[in-house]
Design a binder for this molecule. Structure first.
Ligand code: ZN
Length: 326
């Protein structure tokens, strides 16, 4: 079926038979011109496309909070049909500057999962630093620090292959070890590090402004490792540390969490799950695509990555409501 409107009608009929379900949408960044963040953030939506999505969300779906989705999953609380919760990961400054006014215009509640170290220092997450380093370097090759394999950086394919290897290294490190690795890569690629001067990250005043506008602030670790690939001790300090710091700075309990998934699989293990529960989080979201059903474990809620193009965006949502992803 090529026609999006016909496709949509067919799916809406099918959704009536698919039983109650909610959808959590995942975003990261929204900027005026995504080309300008293509060598650092890489995954930004344009302001215009985000605005058309929020306008459609308000008219054709029922925007709800992650708190409501948590109660729907855990306690079977009823939600209106076609309920969608909007979430943002990482804590980019555009969440305040660009996203907040649009959410206000369409009365859409959202949850912002904050990577604490980025707010504290202004330094973008390590995966953005690696994107920037491999995009801007002029050195001809890069040597993998562990297996010694050499990558030619003259072509886009070569750069992407090297970058993907570097992501795997970064995802398995937290804190100081991660900082050292990324610093060494920036040095070997002879680039100016992407740092606080880029102004990409939220500061505490902006995080507070998001909270005061009625949105939910959640945790997204301190240094954004893949929690299933660091030591138990590191996972504990990342999960608890971000909760404590956010609570200290915002003066309210932080109850919702998002597992970082920059690279490597799986994204969590029974152990990270256990630590998240013991830390006192009531819900946690994954990057695994799917919708949320009553009775789902609230510490592993699936999400749908928001499409950039409008047709793709609505197609993914409609598919989620018929249970096409899970
Ligand atoms: Zn993230």
């Amino acid at each position: 079926m090529k026609n999006a409107a016909v496709r949509g009608r067919v799916l809406r009929v099918a959704a009536r038979f698919a039983g109650p379900r909610a959808v959590v949408l995942m975003y990261h960044s929204v900027v005026e011109e995504p080309e300008r963040t293509a060598n650092s953030i890489r995954i930004s939506h344009s302001r215009a496309s985000f605005e058309s999505q929020m306008s459609a969300l308000a008219r054709r779906f029922n925007p709800v909070s992650i708190e409501q989705v948590t109660e729907f999953a855990a306690e079977g609380r009823r939600l209106p049909p076609r309920s969608v919760a909007v979430t943002f990961d990482d804590g980019f400054a555009d969440n305040h500057d660009v996203v907040l006014p649009i959410l206000r215009r369409y009365s859409v509640p959202a949850t912002f999962y904050i990577m604490v170290n980025a707010v504290e220092t202004g330094t973008p997450p390590w995966y953005c630093r690696l994107n920037f380093a491999f995009s801007t370097t002029i050195v001809p090759e890069w040597k993998h620090p562990e297996n010694g394999r050499t990558f030619e950086l003259g072509s886009a394919d070569g750069r992407n292959a090297a970058l993907s290897m570097a992501w795997d290294l970064g995802a398995a490190r937290a804190g100081t070890a991660q900082e050292q690795l990324v610093g060494q890569i920036e040095e070997s690629l002879q680039v100016e590090p992407l740092d606080a001067r880029a102004g990409l990250m939220l500061n505490w005043d902006q995080v507070r402004a998001l909270k005061e506008a009625g949105h939910i602030i959640g945790g997204h670790t301190l240094s954004h490792p893949n929690l299933a690939h660091v030591t138990e001790e590191e996972a504990r300090s990342e999960i608890r540390g971000c909760k404590e710091r956010l609570e200290q700075k915002l003066g309210e309990p932080i109850q919702h969490f998002s597992y970082p998934h920059p690279a490597l699989n799986p994204q969590w293990t029974p152990q990270t799950f256990q630590i998240t529960r013991e830390a006192g989080f009531r819900s946690a979201v994954l990057t695994t695509p799917g919708s949320v059903l009553p009775g789902d474990q609230p510490l592993s809620l699936k999400r749908i990555p928001a499409g950039k193009d409008f047709d793709e965006w609505i197609w993914r949502l409609e598919r989620a409501f018929v249970g096409d992803w899970n």
